[in-house]
Design a protein around this ligand. Structure first.
Ligand code: HEC
Length: 127
């Protein structure tokens, strides 16, 4: 498969750009994550206000600075969970009490299911 070859080459090179190769790396990451229900994840994402800072489609936004893009996040599940439990900076923390691990898995599944950004090469006007 062409995509596989390309992915292996990029991973071997340890190239940071590989992180933004959405489709190819998403599959590998998703295998490490606990099973999540993307439909419930969307519900929780909207009900608990993630969207207010990160956008309804996980496109990113602002809160005292940039609130990162979450659609197809390249973060492995454990790093995602780490940010949720003890955020690196201004984001509010979500304890196990207010957001159990299963809800985190659901949100993660929802984020991986979002279409995310298109590659520049795929947008004809930018070619
Ligand atoms: C009040 C604004 C705000 C809300 C609400 C919020 N975030 Fe954040 N989030 C941020 C900011 C700002 C950052 C950047 C790092 C920091 O400040 O901790 C961030 C970082 C992240 C990151 C790390 C992304 C990366 O690529 O480094 C994840 C994952 C994340 N948020 C998920 C969520 C989820 C899921 C929710 C809802 C349960 C949520 N956030 C709610 C503002 C917010």
């Amino acid at each position: 498969m062409r995509n596989m070859k390309r992915r292996n080459r990029l991973l071997a090179a340890g190239c940071a750009a590989a992180l933004s190769l959405y489709g190819a790396t998403a599959a590998a990451r998703a295998q490490d994550a606990p099973a999540g229900d993307a439909v419930n994840g969307k519900r929780v994402y909207l009900a608990t206000g993630c969207f207010e800072c990160h956008g309804r489609s996980g496109q990113g936004g602002a809160y005292n600075g940039p609130a990162p893009i979450l659609a197809k996040t390249p973060l492995p599940f454990e790093a995602f969970k780490g940010q949720m439990r003890s955020p690196s900076n201004d984001m509010p923390a979500y304890s196990e009490k207010v957001m159990p691990d299963q809800q985190l898995a659901d949100i993660y599944a929802f984020l991986q299911a979002l279409p995310g950004a298109r590659r520049v090469q795929d947008i004809s006007i930018l070619r």
